[in-house]
Design a protein around this ligand. Structure first.
Ligand code: DOR
Ligand code: ZN
Length: 347
């Protein structure tokens, strides 16, 4: 028996598209299902100025196959040298929709991120004034803090003080992985939202480490214990508009994943919507999927909901997703949830 679900076309509020051959290969995987995405600026070198974002947006649009439509929502990478006037101009022209805060050293290409948060105070104040959101990679980088505690410690030591010092600042806690993150959002009604990835709704840390190490499940922030995954599931499927989809789909070639020191990132663009339908159905919340994937994000960012639609169909036979996609840089493995999925995008 088939079952269908038609929702407003979704957006991805946290996406890595990379550049060059990788961009060319991964962009269609997102554009096939998503109307818009917040584009992460952690290229090498990073997208730090308005002019960089213009050039990157042009490269993205040039890589879009004929007949596909997709709107990249650009961001700038916040550094201690970011100029508030450049940010203001880029926001006023409509070019950028957010700034991205990487604590220096927290993740892939974060070396140009922020070490001393006092040095970015003038930019944050300008952002609060003009209503430009700050997307936050919420992990401390201190070597003495256990990697599984870095999100919770970041909330206490960095995020809460920043929000108190700049009360009007709109903040998106990106890819939350803990109950602490969920609770922080819920207990702070003003100007705060959070993205949740598809993979963090599916895997916990056992999936990465038990029965052999699984590099394709390694991402940052790293998946936590099961109680946290359950808290994320509850938040995502609750209908609470402060939680919305940001896949953090982060392609790395298999050669770069399968190393003694492999890269962090799960590539989920290809099957995210099918996996989400599975997850939401499992939690008896299919009626909440549209809010999570298509409505809550635009509401937070002050953008219209897409008029186009997306149809998902559940059939009796398991969907077959490609194991890998080919790129000019080498194959990229598509996230494998480890269970059969009967939903797929059909229109
Ligand atoms: O797993 C991740 N991969 N987390 C990040 O924060 C960055 C991303 C990437 O760029 O590969
Ligand atoms: Zn990311």
């Amino acid at each position: 028996m088939t079952q269908t679900l038609t929702i407003a076309r979704p957006d991805d509020w946290h996406l890595h598209l990379r550049d060059g051959a990788m961009l060319q290969a991964v962009l269609p995987e997102t554009a096939r299902h998503f109307a818009r995405a917040i584009i992460m600026p952690n290229l090498v070198p990073p997208v730090v100025k308005g002019a960089d974002a213009t050039a990157y947006r042009d490269r993205i649009l040039a890589a879009l196959p004929e007949g596909m439509s997709f709107e990249p929502l650009m961001t700038l990478y916040l550094t201690e040298n970011t100029d508030p006037a450049d940010v203001e101009a880029a926001a006023a022209s409509g070019l950028i929709k957010a700034l991205k805060l990487y604590p220096a050293g927290a993740t892939t290409n974060s070396a140009s991120g922020v070490s001393n948060f006092d040095n970015v105070r003038p930019v944050l104040e300008k952002m609060a004034e003009i209503g430009l959101p700050l997307c936050v990679h919420g992990e401390v980088t201190d070597s003495d803090i256990d990697i599984f505690d870095r999100e919770a410690v970041f909330i206490d030591r960095v995020l809460d003080p920043i929000r108190k010092a700049t009360p009007g600042l709109k903040v998106v806690m990106e890819h939350i992985t803990t109950k602490d993150g969920v609770d922080y959002v819920k207990s702070n009604p003003e100007n705060l939202g959070a993205t949740i990835t598809t993979h963090h709704l599916i895997i916990n840390r056992n999936h990465i480490l038990a029965g052999g190490i699984k590099p394709h499940y390694y991402c940052l922030p790293v998946a936590k214990r099961e109680t946290h995954r359950i808290a994320l599931r509850e938040a995502a499927t609750s209908g609470d508009a402060r939680f919305f989809l940001g896949t953090d789909s982060a392609p790395h070639t298999d050669a770069n994943k399968l190393l003694p020191c492999g890269c962090a990132g799960c590539f989920t663009a290809t099957n995210t919507m099918a996996l989400l339908a599975h997850v939401f159905e499992e939690d008896s919340a299919l009626d909440k999927l549209e809010g999570f994937a298509s409505r809550n994000g635009p509401a937070f960012y002050g953008l219209p909901v897409n008029e186009a639609r997306l149809t998902l169909t559940k059939s009796d036979s398991a969907a077959v997703f490609p194991k890998q996609i080919e790129t000019g840089d080498g194959p990229v493995t598509v996230f494998d949830p480890g269970f059969p999925v009967y939903w797929n995008v059909t229109g």
